[in-house]
Design a protein around this ligand. Structure first.
Ligand SMILES: Cc1cc2nc3c(=O)[nH]c(=O)nc-3n(C[C@H](O)[C@H](O)[C@H](O)COP(=O)(O)OP(=O)(O)OC[C@H]3O[C@@H](n4cnc5c(N)ncnc54)[C@H](O)[C@@H]3O)c2cc1C
Ligand code: SF4
Length: 340
């Protein structure tokens, strides 16, 4: 049985009090939301905070609401189950509702939060292991070591971004609201990422993610999420595909976007997706041909690493299959796409 190292829990009741604790304890403190990733990582001694600052008692961090001018605000502490079930999210951002509904299993979606999912650490099967296991193999670049077990001679960690909601939020052009010692900042989710598996987000340890904002979408908005995983019940993605299509009144595509995850340290946007789909009606042979062209482009861009479960070549072969199916699902107003 894995035991948790000793730590203290603080439960501030306001954002200011939480920020004050992070400032007081600096690198000894760590934010906890649902704890569904942080607690296993503490058991594995990947992170060893002395003070854990819980956001559970800060009411303004929860819930879905109107942010004005058609924007939706989703509090960072809103559970993934609530995001998946919310009627406004399902109508305005179907790809996000589907992605949230496919994270892990029901218990973890009840505890796990949207903010924790956006800020989820990257994953690697040589890193997400016990201290004993890592010590026996030899530590790696991401923690305590000097080499990478995945890329021989590599000088940068390539652990995989594995958060299901991130690609969906990227297709939706979501914005993130952070608060920190310098005040409040709003950043497009596209600007959050760094291509470094050891620290793949531009977010300081004394900052808090307060909310995720979704811009308005019209009646022609379609979105879907596709997820490849070992078991249909609980696993992290071996591949995640988020798609967005915008249609005019005649059903012709006016804009599109496709973002992939679980391939690299950051989610990857498929190049030329909008160009390849623009002006095509979202049905019939012309649409299928355009969706195949986007799938081929995704295949050219995808180079999965052998650092998460599943043979890397097989995962690469699944990229065009999942891109095409997820685009077709979006066009039909359906989804999600996943193996059962
Ligand atoms: C068996 C299992 C299966 C899983 N499967 C999946 C899966 O399929 N897909 C997937 O995406 N995830 C999966 N997860 C991971 C996890 O359950 C989810 O990503 C969940 O959304 C994490 O949210 P949380 O609230 O529990 O985050 P926590 O564990 O509390 O926090 C995660 C990280 O974010 C930081 N953080 C959290 N909230 C904030 C905030 N508001 N401001 C600043 N920092 C913050 C924490 O300090 C920590 O570093 C799985 C986990 C397990 C144990
Ligand atoms: S990709 Fe390499 S450096 Fe990064 S966690 Fe895995 S083994 Fe460690």
């Amino acid at each position: 049985m894995l035991r948790l190292p000793k730590f203290e829990v603080r439960t501030p009741e306001s954002l200011d009090a939480a920020l004050a604790l992070l400032a007081e304890f600096g690198p000894d403190a760590r934010v906890i939301a649902g704890g569904t990733d942080l607690v296993p990582n503490m058991k594995h001694e990947l992170v060893t905070p002395r003070i854990v600052v819980s956001l559970a008692r800060i009411p303004e961090l929860r819930g879905v609401g109107d942010a004005g001018a058609g924007w939706l605000r989703l509090g960072a502490m809103t559970s993934l189950a609530d995001v998946a079930a919310d009627a406004r999210v399902r109508a305005q951002a179907p790809a996000l509702a589907q992605a949230a509904g496919l994270v892990a299993g029901p218990q973890l979606r009840t505890m796990g939060t949207l903010g924790g999912n956006v800020l989820l650490d990257t994953r690697c099967q040589w890193y997400n292991q016990t201290y004993f296991w890592r010590e026996a193999l030899g530590f790696c670049l991401k923690k305590d070591g000097t080499l990478c077990h995945v890329v021989e001679g590599g000088s940068k960690c390539v652990a995989a971004a594995s958060n299901d909601t991130a690609p969906a939020l990227m297709t939706l052009r979501a914005e993130l609201v952070f608060v920190g010692p310098q005040g409040r900042r709003v950043t497009p989710i596209d600007d959050l990422w760094l291509a470094d598996g050891a620290a793949n987000k531009k977010c300081a340890s004394d900052e808090l993610l307060v909310e995720v904002r979704l811009p308005p979408t019209g009646p022609g908005h379609r979105g879907a999420y596709g997820k490849l995983r070992e078991r249909a019940s609980i696993d992290f993605p071996l591949l995640g595909v988020a798609t967005r299509i915008e249609l005019d009144a005649r059903g012709t595509i006016t804009d599109a976007d496709v973002v992939l995850t679980a391939l690299q340290a950051r989610p990857v946007r498929v190049k030329r997706a909008a160009e390849l789909l623009l002006g095509v009606r979202a049905e019939g042979d012309a649409f299928l041909a355009a969706a195949r062209a986007v799938a081929d482009q995704a295949h050219r861009q995808a180079h999965p690493m052998p650092n998460i479960p599943g043979d890397a070549e097989w995962r690469r072969a699944m990229v065009p299959v999942y891109v095409r199916r997820t685009l077709e699902a979006a066009a039909r107003g359906a989804g999600p796409v996943h193996a059962v």
